[in-house]
Design a binder for this molecule. Sequence first.
Ligand SMILES: [Zn+2]
Length: 381
Amino acid sequence: MRALGLANVRQERFPLQVWERGREDAMVLSPAPQRIAVTALGWSPATPVGGIEAEVALVDSLEALKAAPANAYKGKIVLVTQATPRTHDGSGYGATGPIRRFGALEAKKRGAVAFLLRSLGTHHHRFAHAGSQDRATITQGIPAAAVSPPDVELLQRLAKRGPLRMTLTLTPKPVRDGFSQNVIGEITGSEKPEEIVLVGAHIDSWDLGTGAIDDGAGTAIVLGAAKLIKALPSPPKRTIRFVLFGAEEQGITGGRSYAEKHKADNHLVVTEADFGQGPVYGLNTRFADPEHPTAQALMRVLAPLGVVRGSNAADGGPDVSPMVEAGVPAIDLAMEGTDYFDLHHTADDTFDKIERGRINQSVAAYVAALWTFLSWAAISV
Ligand SMILES: [Zn+2]
């Protein structure tokens, strides 16, 4: 940000709770021995020394798990086998997300000693898909892990041949206190500096890969937009604030901290780039008046990039969602995500997946949309 010439570059520190992965090992014992690929879910406690050996109960869905009576899975490892559908807008992941967040809590209520789920990804490689659980699992969880999709299908076949027994060993460290930070920079408005247009991305990622897609791509789009807006011959009328949030993956910790600290700031509109590299195909707004002239002005600059008008139910993105819930207007530049969950939160989220042409189109769309807010007279959406 300093190299780009942004103003007021700073870090804003916030407290968080630290969960750190350890060793993870899973082995089918019967009906046929086979090592399977697993990864512990965020906040999972460790298994007892020596690991857990138990029978595995296959369950079709979170709903089926919740419908089971108390003690239905006493002493067993529960595995929810539901697959995440491939969709271009992330709605498939939205539908299966609760399995990861609440599955361990529901399995524990029914006597289970550990919880497994089919990885919440659309990939077919033997990588498991990491992710966070509900915060209640910090104190009330049981050992919990994701299984790679081909291994879940293997377990479903093996289960037809006889009772399925396996061992599971997870050794994450106990949760401890720590801190992280949001990184902020601005281009100060020339006429109305107190009016802020905020664009964010997040700089944390899951540990299995390098976070190139989630959310290095979004960070690149935001900083690419900063570079182009800074290079324009005249400064924007309003202030644009670029925020690289910390600790999104553990439950929007940086986003909540920012929203609390900056609730008195005059945020005109907020948005985030956190759905891979694009291209951008749709504009969603959350305006009091979806037919506001600003929405029409946005479509005039976005349509030539292939962008179509979407809904007026924008959420802005995960890190800005606390501000949107508090009533701040938002836009989403919806990005093509058919392949996003092939990579997201897995060891395959690495820089070689980045495609310059997709990033370039996304940067163009963000600059066009942001400049509309920064330069235009009729605002207050
Ligand atoms: Zn993300």
